[in-house]
Structures are given as structure tokens and as C-alpha cells.
Design a protein around this ligand. Structure first.
Ligand SMILES: C[S@@+](CC[C@H](N)C(=O)[O-])C[C@H]1O[C@@H](n2cnc3c(N)ncnc32)[C@H](O)[C@@H]1O
Length: 247
């Protein structure tokens, strides 16, 4: 049965199959952010829901200091072991609880890490530390699903293959829209034939809803894009990317 699961992300974001939902264009993403914002060496960056730390690592290479937090034990274990450095720190924890007030020059929430709950108030809670941790005049980037694109180009089934050792993991994702949310059942088939099922959901907010929500936290959206190639935000581009400042 298709049903909502509380804290589904704790069960979802682990293991090699979930590489399909991590940003595989970390370097290109940094270049995009450098073009859109003003990023300079020694700035402090907060990567809220950093996944395995691929993007945080790019900030590190660009000589910026970065703290990434994520609730996935597997991801943070990987990030600490493979990517931690004197400029890049990774923490295991709930992003709703991490407070380092007025410390960061840049806060990012990248690649659909926001709005996993049905309840709007619960979703908005993540913006409290996101804004509190950012200095006044600090910059923010948020990238999530574009509801206009999903409506127009909805795909009920998406099949992907992920290279795994000398074979592949296959993921089959069946999606539907319910309660303004994109909900998906995933079937994962491992090279040895083992099968696993997972569930995930993300609330779809319009740009107008985001602007209103962000403004309650003193975050003003100034630029909007549909992908990291600077495409416009419209119904033919996959993402909703927002850039702005805290006032
Ligand atoms: C789709 S992944 C994106 C990861 C990364 N930002 C990227 O660009 O690839 C979403 C991430 O959000 C994390 N996450 C979701 N809710 C969280 C929470 N409340 N606190 C910390 N991490 C959370 C998940 O564990 C997962 O790593």
C-alpha cells in the first residue's frame, strides 16, 4: 500500500543505490554559484543537508570554510572519512537543530533536501536555523523540485542504473502526486538479485509560496533559475533554484 512514513529519509538515504538522488555535478554547481553570487576565499559556508559532502568538497577546494550537516549516518561516515579537511567539517545530525548563529556568509540547501513533511509548519522549521545561522547581508541558495516542470513533464516510471562494483544496481521509481506532494515508491534490484523497496515524498511549493515562506525568515529571493546552466525558471526546466540575501 502507498502510505506516508514518518521520517522516511532516515531509511531512504543510505547505501549505494541512493547515489541516484545525490548531486553528481558538484563542480558545475559551484561554478554556477560563483557566477550568480559573490563567493570569495575564506567565507564560511553552511551546507544544510550535505549528503555525502560532494558540494562541500568543492567549496573546500575553492578555499572556503564549510560545515555540512546531514542525518544520514552512511553519508556522514563517507564524508568524514573521504572529504574532511582543515576547511571542511561534517556533522551527523538533524538540520532543524543545528544552530551557529550569525556565523555563515553563505547558506545552501541543495538538491531537494527541503519539505519532506506533509505539514507546512514542520517544513518551515528547517528555515529557522538556515536563516539564524546566516549573517545579515549573507547569501543563500536553495535548489528543489520545480512544480511547473513536474506538472508538464510528469513521468510515472523512471528507471535508472547505477554502476556498482563490476555490475549495476537498477532502481525503478513509481511516482504520483497527492496532497501537493510528489510521492514515490522505489524498487531497488541489486546485482545478486536482492530486492528492496523504499518510499519518499517531497512537498511541491510554488515560487510564490517559497518567497512568502522565506520572507518570514528575512530571506529575500533576488534571482531564480531553472537549472545550473542559468536556464529560466519555467515549465520546461527541472529545478527551482533561488538565490538571495538575508536582510
Ligand atoms: C536528495 S539528498 C541531497 C544531498 C545533497 N545536498 C546533494 O546536493 O546531493 C537530501 C539529503 O537531505 C538529508 N536530510 C533530510 N532531512 C534532513 C534533516 N532533517 N536533517 C539533516 N539532513 C537531512 C538526507 O539525509 C539527504 O542526504
Amino acid at each position: 500500500m502507498k502510505q506516508n512514513k514518518e521520517q522516511w529519509w532516515l531509511d531512504f538515504f543510505k547505501g549505494d543505490y541512493s547515489e541516484v538522488v545525490l548531486n553528481q555535478q558538484a563542480h558545475e554547481t559551484l561554478v554556477f554559484m560563483q557566477q550568480v553570487g559573490e563567493l570569495t576565499e575564506s567565507m564560511n559556508v553552511y551546507d544544510q543537508c550535505c549528503g555525502k559532502g560532494y558540494l562541500a568538497h568543492e567549496f573546500d577546494k575553492a578555499m572556503m570554510n564549510v560545515i555540512g550537516i546531514d542525518s544520514s549516518n552512511d553519508y556522514i561516515e563517507y564524508a568524514k572519512k573521504s572529504l574532511e579537511s582543515k576547511r571542511a567539517t561534517f556533522l551527523l545530525g538533524d538540520a532543524n537543530e543545528f544552530i551557529k548563529e550569525d556565523y555563515f556568509d553563505v547558506c545552501i540547501n541543495w538538491n531537494t533536501s527541503f519539505a519532506y513533511h506533509t505539514d507546512d509548519k514542520e517544513n518551515e522549521r528547517m528555515l529557522v536555523p538556515f536563516s539564524k545561522n546566516l549573517k545579515v547581508n549573507g547569501q543563500f541558495f536553495i535548489c528543489t523540485m520545480n512544480p511547473l516542470f513536474i506538472k508538464k513533464h510528469f513521468q510515472k516510471f523512471i528507471v535508472k542504473q547505477i554502476p556498482y562494483e563490476d555490475s549495476t544496481i537498477v532502481t525503478i521509481r513509481e511516482s504520483w502526486i497527492e496532497d501537493d506532494m510528489m510521492k514515490s515508491d522505489w524498487l531497488i534490484i541489486y546485482p545478486d538479485g536482492r530486492r528492496e523497496t523504499k518510499y519518499g515524498q517531497t512537498k511541491l511549493y510554488s515560487l510564490e509560496q517559497f518567497k512568502e515562506m522565506l520572507s518570514r525568515h528575512n530571506l529575500v529571493v533576488e534571482k531564480v533559475y531553472g537549472d545550473i546552466s542559468m536556464s529560466p525558471y519555467d515549465d520546461d526546466h527541472q529545478s527551482l533554484i533561488m538565490y538571495g540575501h538575508k536582510v
